[in-house]
Write a protein that binds this ligand. Structure first.
Ligand code: AGP
Length: 603
């Protein structure tokens, strides 16, 4: 997910584009660039790093023009670098593009263009578009763009500048958001409203397979067959702040709501011709006699879920280690060990050190990371990328959910290679994973239920999360989510462990959140629920609920049906919302909780 913007009008485009990119940085912030129509040339300045790096690069430079395009990047193909940042210019320097999306058939197109003697200067899928446009250019940038679009497979929101079409800016949309803003100072293209809301609230929403041709005082729309189409101008009513959050009160809530798409993108990213698919297929498990998962915080909790799934399906022992412990404990790993490192940022100091420790001992390191170009993604022997997109809120939600999905798919691949599960079982589990985005959406459609319940725990001093087996693993994440944003003390316990001490803490109105998704263990978990209720606790049961047994002491939130092994991806949504509403009810700064940082780059 990147951010693109474009402007054509009677003002200098440079400051307008930089200002707009600043409002799009939540979409990607690892590199940025701008292209402006100069005197008979397209002048481009791009820079690795966030937007302020580009701004300092532009200081003292005279980049002026009344037409321009800009981009802030979230790397997917090619790590963050100046060459890989946008805008991309064709080899003849006559067409420049900015792109948000993924071109799935870029390898084939690149090979075909290289066979025509065209040289590429980046590792990106996006440069293919600029080179293809120059290759097809027929004197009319609109018909050229249609030819290009009909060769591209994948998703794209595009802004195109053509030296031979000095009075227009062209935009194309397929599967990625793009709006056209109409203002008194000229017209804009943008990935999202915040980029242009300062100048106008009058916008056209582009639909799939549409082209917009912008001039300083007009906009025309065409479909991909070149036929003119009419569109309705709409008025934005949001404030600037809420616009960045997509109309949601906090980035955390927005990111919770983005999970169906993040899951879909991550699942898809292992299915079609992709780096993830190649990495999964290239893993030779016959080399390993031990699996160790190591990470920090929520990523560690994802690892605990991964342990239950891999051990259940692959009959291989998995050790899960806190990275801050693993790095100093003289770990027993060697060249027969597969060490899996999980990290959203890819920059967590303890996890980096754990990775390097494992490598010095000859272990094979596989990382699961959300940020392309990050240290862990680069240094690990192999990397599986989650496709959660940029995660702004400190408390991870969508990145955590996408980590679970990659751990499931990794376990299925391992079980397949080891022959520890039948193809029928694995294809059943794979279709269950493919159905997750829909089931998560089902849960998100009933957030009020959780909101209502979370409201009753504002004055709770302590909350306990319990579960058995994989439910215990996800209880760990429920407890961390609540603690880090609501500042309410909470602990997660294996439900069967309570009676060995902790149950002494249960008193009247102590709140216990119990997760129960295993048919086999249901009665066991329910007897633990009865144990705490009989000592005065109130219980919120998440999972497959005992019909009709609710009371003032026992409330239930039912989950859509799915197998126990995949259930953490559903129960965690309730747990995230529970933590979120508990903090919201206390009016806390949910996106930036006290004492925490999004990426912990120190020991
Ligand atoms: C989770 O919400 C926290 N932000 C924190 O526990 C986080 O999971 C931990 O710091 C690890 O970060 P990483 O995934 O970027 O390595």
């Amino acid at each position: 997910m990147c951010g693109i913007i474009g402007y054509i009008g009677n003002q200098n485009a440079t400051p307008l584009i930089l200002e707009g990119l600043k409002k799009l940085e939540y979409r990607g912030y690892d590199s940025a660039g701008i292209a402006v129509f100069g005197d008979n040339s397209i002048d481009i300045v791009k820079q690795k790093g966030n937007l302020s790096a580009l701004e300092s690069r532009l200081e003292g430079m005279h980049l002026e023009g009344q037409i321009g395009i800009g981009h802030t990047r979230w790397a997917t193909h090619g790590e963050p670098s100046e060459a890989n940042s946008h805008p991309h210019l064709g080899g003849k320097e006559r067409i420049a593009i900015v792109h948000n999306g993924i071109i799935e058939n870029y390898r084939q197109l690149t090979e075909q263009l290289e066979s025509k003697g065209i040289t590429f200067t980046s590792e990106t899928d996006s440069e293919t578009i600029a080179q293809l446009a120059e290759y097809y250019y027929d004197g009319d940038i609109v018909s050229t763009s249609i030819k290009v679009a009909n060769r591209l497979e994948g998703s794209y929101a595009l802004g195109i500048l053509s030296l031979d079409d000095p009075d227009m800016l062209v935009a194309l949309r397929k599967d990625n958001p793009l709006i056209i803003g109409i203002s008194d100072i000229g017209n804009f293209i943008a990935s999202d409203v915040p980029a242009i809301l300062k100048h106008t609230n009058q916008v056209y929403y582009m639909e799939d397979k549409e082209i917009a041709v912008l001039k300083g005082d007009s906009v025309e729309f065409f479909n991909f067959d070149g036929e003119p189409i009419q569109k309705e101008l709409e008025t934005i009513t949001w404030s600037l702040d809420s616009a960045e959050k997509g109309g949601h009160p906090h980035f955390m809530f927005k990111e919770i709501m983005e999970q169906p798409q993040a899951l879909e993108d991550t699942i898809q990213s292992t299915l079609y011709d992709s780096e993830n698919k190649r990495v999964l297929e290239s893993l030779d498990f016959s080399n390993f006699n031990k699996v160790v998962i190591t990470a920090c915080g929520s990523a560690y909790n994802a690892g605990v879920v991964g342990k239950y799934v891999i051990e259940r399906l692959c009959r291989v022992t998995v050790e899960v280690e806190l990275a801050s412990e693993f790095r100093y404990k003289d770990p027993i790993v060697d060249d027969k060990t597969l060490v899996i490192l999980i990290s959203q940022s890819g920059e967590t100091a303890d996890t980096i050190a754990a990775m390097r420790e494992a490598k010095t001992r000859g272990a094979y390191t596989l990382s699961i990371v959300n940020v392309v170009g990050s240290t862990i993604s680069k240094e690990a022997d192999a990397c599986l990328f989650t496709a959660a997109g940029p995660e702004i809120a400190v408390a991870t939600t969508k990145a955590f959910s996408t980590q679970l999905v990659l751990l499931y798919l990794l376990a299925f691949q391992l079980a397949e290679k080891l022959g520890s599960q039948t193809p029928e079982v694995l294809s059943e589990l794979r279709s269950e994973v493919a159905a997750l985005p829909g089931k998560v959406q089902e849960i998100l459609d009933q957030v009020d239920t959780v909101q209502k319940y979370a409201a009753s725990c504002v004055n709770c001093k302590s909350i306990f999360f319990i579960g058995r087996n994989i439910d215990y693993a996800i209880a760990l994440e429920g407890s961390l989510k609540l603690k880090e944003i609501s500042y309410i003390h909470s602990e997660a316990y294996a439900a069967g462990e309570l009676k060995h001490g902790t149950i002494s803490l249960i008193e009247d109105d102590t709140l216990v959140v119990a997760i129960s998704t295993s048919q086999k263990l249901f009665d066991k978990t329910m007897s633990n629920v009865e144990q705490v209720i009989s000592r005065g606790a109130k219980v919120l049961l998440i999972g497959n609920c005992p019909c009709g047994n609710t009371s003032d002491k026992l409330s239930c939130i039912a989950l859509p049906q799915c197998s126990e092994l995949i259930s953490p991806s559903l129960s965690v949504i309730i747990l995230q919302l529970f933590g979120y509403y508990a903090a919201a009810n206390k009016g806390l700064d949910i996106d930036k909780p006290r004492n925490l940082a999004k990426s912990v780059t120190v020991e």
